[in-house]
Design a protein around this ligand. Structure first.
Ligand code: IPD
Ligand code: CA
Ligand code: CA
Length: 272
Protein backbone atom coordinates (compact mmCIF):
# COMPACT_ATOMS: atom_id res chain seq x y z
CA UNK A 1 0.00 0.00 0.00
CA UNK A 2 2.97 2.33 0.69
CA UNK A 3 3.55 2.47 -3.06
CA UNK A 4 0.12 4.05 -3.56
CA UNK A 5 0.72 6.75 -0.96
CA UNK A 6 4.27 7.57 -2.08
CA UNK A 7 3.12 7.89 -5.68
CA UNK A 8 0.19 10.10 -4.67
CA UNK A 9 2.55 12.34 -2.66
CA UNK A 10 4.86 12.77 -5.66
CA UNK A 11 1.94 13.57 -7.98
CA UNK A 12 0.41 16.03 -5.49
CA UNK A 13 3.74 17.85 -5.17
CA UNK A 14 3.99 18.23 -8.95
CA UNK A 15 0.35 19.34 -9.32
CA UNK A 16 0.80 21.75 -6.39
CA UNK A 17 3.79 23.37 -8.11
CA UNK A 18 1.68 23.80 -11.24
CA UNK A 19 -1.12 25.45 -9.22
CA UNK A 20 1.32 27.77 -7.44
CA UNK A 21 2.81 28.80 -10.78
CA UNK A 22 -0.63 29.70 -12.18
CA UNK A 23 -1.55 31.46 -8.91
CA UNK A 24 1.51 33.71 -9.04
CA UNK A 25 0.76 34.78 -12.59
CA UNK A 26 -2.94 35.49 -11.89
CA UNK A 27 -5.51 33.62 -13.89
CA UNK A 28 -8.89 34.16 -15.54
CA UNK A 29 -11.94 32.22 -14.42
CA UNK A 30 -15.07 30.97 -16.16
CA UNK A 31 -18.43 29.86 -14.82
CA UNK A 32 -19.54 26.23 -14.98
CA UNK A 33 -22.84 26.96 -13.21
CA UNK A 34 -24.47 30.14 -11.88
CA UNK A 35 -21.70 30.79 -9.36
CA UNK A 36 -19.42 27.77 -9.73
CA UNK A 37 -16.00 28.90 -11.01
CA UNK A 38 -13.42 26.94 -12.95
CA UNK A 39 -9.99 28.00 -14.23
CA UNK A 40 -7.39 26.70 -16.64
CA UNK A 41 -5.43 25.64 -13.56
CA UNK A 42 -8.21 23.23 -12.45
CA UNK A 43 -8.07 21.58 -15.87
CA UNK A 44 -4.27 21.52 -16.18
CA UNK A 45 -3.89 20.05 -12.69
CA UNK A 46 -6.50 17.38 -13.35
CA UNK A 47 -4.85 16.47 -16.63
CA UNK A 48 -1.51 16.05 -14.85
CA UNK A 49 -2.89 14.04 -11.91
CA UNK A 50 -5.12 11.74 -13.96
CA UNK A 51 -2.37 11.03 -16.52
CA UNK A 52 0.12 10.14 -13.80
CA UNK A 53 -2.38 7.92 -11.97
CA UNK A 54 -3.25 6.10 -15.20
CA UNK A 55 0.44 5.57 -15.99
CA UNK A 56 1.25 4.21 -12.54
CA UNK A 57 -1.97 2.26 -11.96
CA UNK A 58 -3.49 1.49 -15.38
CA UNK A 59 -6.15 -0.85 -13.99
CA UNK A 60 -7.54 1.58 -11.39
CA UNK A 61 -10.65 3.76 -11.86
CA UNK A 62 -10.16 7.51 -11.51
CA UNK A 63 -12.91 10.04 -10.76
CA UNK A 64 -11.78 13.66 -11.15
CA UNK A 65 -13.94 16.71 -10.53
CA UNK A 66 -13.38 18.28 -13.94
CA UNK A 67 -14.84 15.40 -15.89
CA UNK A 68 -12.00 12.93 -15.68
CA UNK A 69 -13.90 9.68 -15.15
CA UNK A 70 -11.86 6.67 -16.23
CA UNK A 71 -13.83 3.62 -15.23
CA UNK A 72 -12.61 0.06 -14.98
CA UNK A 73 -13.77 -3.05 -13.15
CA UNK A 74 -10.98 -2.60 -10.60
CA UNK A 75 -11.83 -2.53 -6.88
CA UNK A 76 -9.55 0.54 -6.66
CA UNK A 77 -10.87 4.03 -7.33
CA UNK A 78 -9.05 7.37 -7.00
CA UNK A 79 -11.10 10.47 -6.17
CA UNK A 80 -9.25 13.54 -7.44
CA UNK A 81 -9.86 17.20 -6.72
CA UNK A 82 -7.20 18.89 -8.84
CA UNK A 83 -7.85 22.28 -7.19
CA UNK A 84 -9.93 22.45 -4.04
CA UNK A 85 -10.70 26.07 -3.22
CA UNK A 86 -11.15 27.36 -6.78
CA UNK A 87 -13.08 30.46 -5.70
CA UNK A 88 -10.23 31.42 -3.35
CA UNK A 89 -7.69 30.71 -6.08
CA UNK A 90 -9.54 32.79 -8.69
CA UNK A 91 -9.65 35.78 -6.31
CA UNK A 92 -5.99 35.54 -5.34
CA UNK A 93 -6.87 34.33 -1.82
CA UNK A 94 -4.18 31.86 -0.75
CA UNK A 95 -6.23 28.92 0.58
CA UNK A 96 -6.35 26.02 -1.88
CA UNK A 97 -4.84 22.59 -2.44
CA UNK A 98 -4.74 19.50 -4.60
CA UNK A 99 -6.12 16.34 -3.05
CA UNK A 100 -6.62 12.69 -3.95
CA UNK A 101 -7.94 9.71 -2.04
CA UNK A 102 -7.81 6.00 -2.92
CA UNK A 103 -10.68 3.65 -2.11
CA UNK A 104 -10.37 -0.14 -2.26
CA UNK A 105 -13.60 -2.16 -2.28
CA UNK A 106 -15.53 0.65 -0.61
CA UNK A 107 -12.90 1.54 2.03
CA UNK A 108 -10.59 4.59 1.95
CA UNK A 109 -7.01 3.32 2.14
CA UNK A 110 -4.76 6.27 1.20
CA UNK A 111 -5.08 10.02 0.85
CA UNK A 112 -3.07 13.20 0.34
CA UNK A 113 -3.85 16.91 0.59
CA UNK A 114 -1.13 19.29 -0.57
CA UNK A 115 -1.26 23.05 0.06
CA UNK A 116 1.50 24.50 -2.15
CA UNK A 117 1.37 28.02 -0.67
CA UNK A 118 2.16 26.87 2.86
CA UNK A 119 4.10 23.83 1.61
CA UNK A 120 2.02 21.50 3.75
CA UNK A 121 1.71 17.88 2.67
CA UNK A 122 -0.90 15.94 4.63
CA UNK A 123 -0.86 12.18 4.05
CA UNK A 124 -2.54 9.15 5.55
CA UNK A 125 -2.71 5.45 4.97
CA UNK A 126 -5.25 3.02 6.45
CA UNK A 127 -3.82 1.73 9.73
CA UNK A 128 -0.61 3.73 9.28
CA UNK A 129 -1.49 7.05 10.94
CA UNK A 130 -1.75 10.60 9.60
CA UNK A 131 1.20 12.87 8.81
CA UNK A 132 2.00 16.51 8.05
CA UNK A 133 5.30 16.90 6.18
CA UNK A 134 6.36 13.49 7.48
CA UNK A 135 5.53 14.13 11.13
CA UNK A 136 2.73 12.25 12.89
CA UNK A 137 -0.38 14.35 13.62
CA UNK A 138 -3.29 13.90 16.01
CA UNK A 139 -6.66 15.54 16.56
CA UNK A 140 -7.03 18.04 19.39
CA UNK A 141 -7.92 17.15 22.95
CA UNK A 142 -10.48 19.91 23.56
CA UNK A 143 -13.31 18.06 25.30
CA UNK A 144 -16.35 20.30 24.81
CA UNK A 145 -18.08 22.44 22.21
CA UNK A 146 -17.65 25.40 24.52
CA UNK A 147 -13.88 25.33 23.94
CA UNK A 148 -14.05 24.31 20.27
CA UNK A 149 -13.07 26.14 17.09
CA UNK A 150 -15.10 24.77 14.17
CA UNK A 151 -15.28 25.24 10.41
CA UNK A 152 -17.93 24.73 7.77
CA UNK A 153 -18.51 25.48 4.11
CA UNK A 154 -21.18 26.52 1.65
CA UNK A 155 -21.05 24.96 -1.81
CA UNK A 156 -21.43 27.18 -4.87
CA UNK A 157 -23.88 24.79 -6.47
CA UNK A 158 -27.60 24.95 -5.50
CA UNK A 159 -26.85 27.56 -2.86
CA UNK A 160 -30.53 28.58 -2.68
CA UNK A 161 -31.29 25.11 -1.26
CA UNK A 162 -28.56 25.20 1.37
CA UNK A 163 -29.85 25.26 4.96
CA UNK A 164 -26.44 25.51 6.58
CA UNK A 165 -26.85 29.09 7.79
CA UNK A 166 -29.17 27.75 10.54
CA UNK A 167 -26.50 25.32 11.77
CA UNK A 168 -23.82 27.99 11.37
CA UNK A 169 -25.72 30.38 13.61
CA UNK A 170 -26.39 27.90 16.42
CA UNK A 171 -22.84 26.50 16.41
CA UNK A 172 -21.34 29.99 16.43
CA UNK A 173 -23.27 30.78 19.64
CA UNK A 174 -21.89 27.90 21.71
CA UNK A 175 -18.24 27.59 20.61
CA UNK A 176 -15.09 29.70 20.46
CA UNK A 177 -16.13 30.44 16.89
CA UNK A 178 -16.49 29.29 13.33
CA UNK A 179 -14.20 29.55 10.33
CA UNK A 180 -15.04 29.24 6.62
CA UNK A 181 -11.87 28.72 4.63
CA UNK A 182 -13.42 28.02 1.22
CA UNK A 183 -11.60 24.70 0.99
CA UNK A 184 -13.13 21.58 2.48
CA UNK A 185 -9.88 19.62 2.21
CA UNK A 186 -7.97 22.31 4.14
CA UNK A 187 -10.67 22.28 6.83
CA UNK A 188 -10.43 18.49 7.09
CA UNK A 189 -6.63 18.61 7.35
CA UNK A 190 -6.99 21.22 10.11
CA UNK A 191 -9.25 18.87 12.08
CA UNK A 192 -6.69 16.09 11.63
CA UNK A 193 -3.79 18.14 12.99
CA UNK A 194 -5.72 19.73 15.87
CA UNK A 195 -6.06 23.30 14.58
CA UNK A 196 -9.84 22.81 14.54
CA UNK A 197 -12.04 20.62 16.72
CA UNK A 198 -14.58 19.95 13.97
CA UNK A 199 -15.88 20.58 10.47
CA UNK A 200 -19.20 19.89 8.74
CA UNK A 201 -20.78 20.60 5.41
CA UNK A 202 -23.86 19.77 3.32
CA UNK A 203 -23.45 18.87 -0.33
CA UNK A 204 -19.80 17.85 -0.57
CA UNK A 205 -18.60 15.67 -3.43
CA UNK A 206 -16.47 12.53 -2.99
CA UNK A 207 -13.32 14.28 -4.27
CA UNK A 208 -13.68 17.04 -1.64
CA UNK A 209 -13.61 14.64 1.28
CA UNK A 210 -12.03 11.33 0.22
CA UNK A 211 -8.51 12.04 1.51
CA UNK A 212 -9.68 14.18 4.44
CA UNK A 213 -11.97 11.47 5.78
CA UNK A 214 -9.08 9.04 6.07
CA UNK A 215 -6.76 11.72 7.43
CA UNK A 216 -9.15 12.58 10.27
CA UNK A 217 -9.75 8.92 11.14
CA UNK A 218 -6.04 8.10 11.13
CA UNK A 219 -5.38 11.14 13.33
CA UNK A 220 -7.79 9.72 15.94
CA UNK A 221 -10.91 11.69 15.00
CA UNK A 222 -14.46 10.65 14.20
CA UNK A 223 -16.47 10.96 10.98
CA UNK A 224 -20.22 10.66 10.43
CA UNK A 225 -23.09 12.22 8.59
CA UNK A 226 -25.13 15.09 10.11
CA UNK A 227 -27.23 12.70 12.21
CA UNK A 228 -24.38 10.53 13.49
CA UNK A 229 -24.61 7.60 11.03
CA UNK A 230 -21.33 6.36 9.47
CA UNK A 231 -19.77 8.80 7.02
CA UNK A 232 -20.00 7.87 3.37
CA UNK A 233 -17.63 9.37 0.80
CA UNK A 234 -20.60 9.54 -1.60
CA UNK A 235 -22.99 10.75 1.08
CA UNK A 236 -24.80 14.10 1.02
CA UNK A 237 -23.35 15.54 4.24
CA UNK A 238 -20.42 15.14 6.57
CA UNK A 239 -19.37 15.86 10.16
CA UNK A 240 -15.80 15.30 11.35
CA UNK A 241 -14.47 16.07 14.81
CA UNK A 242 -11.77 15.22 17.30
CA UNK A 243 -14.18 12.55 18.58
CA UNK A 244 -14.57 14.17 22.00
CA UNK A 245 -17.12 16.78 20.89
CA UNK A 246 -18.85 14.59 18.29
CA UNK A 247 -21.95 13.55 20.24
CA UNK A 248 -22.42 17.06 21.59
CA UNK A 249 -22.25 18.56 18.09
CA UNK A 250 -24.62 15.95 16.63
CA UNK A 251 -26.99 16.72 19.54
CA UNK A 252 -26.93 20.43 18.70
CA UNK A 253 -27.57 19.66 15.02
CA UNK A 254 -30.46 17.36 16.03
CA UNK A 255 -32.12 20.31 17.76
CA UNK A 256 -31.72 22.44 14.62
CA UNK A 257 -33.23 19.68 12.45
CA UNK A 258 -36.24 19.71 14.80
CA UNK A 259 -36.52 23.52 14.62
CA UNK A 260 -35.52 23.95 18.28
CA UNK A 261 -33.09 26.87 18.41
CA UNK A 262 -31.14 27.65 21.57
CA UNK A 263 -30.50 31.12 20.16
CA UNK A 264 -33.14 32.54 17.80
CA UNK A 265 -31.79 34.50 14.87
CA UNK A 266 -31.71 38.15 15.99
CA UNK A 267 -34.23 40.37 14.18
CA UNK A 268 -32.72 42.84 11.74
CA UNK A 269 -33.60 46.38 12.75
CA UNK A 270 -33.26 48.98 9.98
CA UNK A 271 -30.45 51.49 10.62
CA UNK A 272 -30.73 55.15 9.70
C1 IPD B 1 -15.37 23.61 -2.82
C2 IPD B 1 -14.61 23.97 -1.57
C3 IPD B 1 -15.51 24.71 -0.61
C4 IPD B 1 -16.74 23.89 -0.27
C5 IPD B 1 -17.47 23.47 -1.52
C6 IPD B 1 -16.53 22.74 -2.48
P1 IPD B 1 -14.00 23.51 -5.13
O1 IPD B 1 -14.55 22.89 -3.73
O2 IPD B 1 -14.11 22.81 -0.94
O3 IPD B 1 -14.86 24.97 0.63
O4 IPD B 1 -17.56 24.68 0.56
O5 IPD B 1 -18.52 22.60 -1.14
O6 IPD B 1 -17.24 22.43 -3.66
O7 IPD B 1 -15.18 23.75 -5.99
O8 IPD B 1 -13.25 24.73 -4.81
O9 IPD B 1 -13.15 22.38 -5.62
CA1 CA C 1 -13.47 20.74 -3.96
CA1 CA D 1 -12.11 21.53 -7.38
Amino acid sequence: MARFLETAIDIAREAGALLAHHFERGIAWELKGDYDLVTAADRASEHLVVNHLKNHFPTHSVLGEEGGLQESSSEYIWYVDPLDGTTNFAHGYPAFNVTMGLERAGEMIAGVIFDPIHQEMFAAELGGGAYLNGRRIHVSKQPTLETALLATGFPSRKRHENVNVHFFHQASMVTHGLRRSGSAAIDLSCVACGRLEGFWEFGLSPWDMAAGLLLVREAGGRTSDMVGAPADVRGPHLVTTNGLIHDELIGLFGEVFQGRYRYPMPPVIPVR
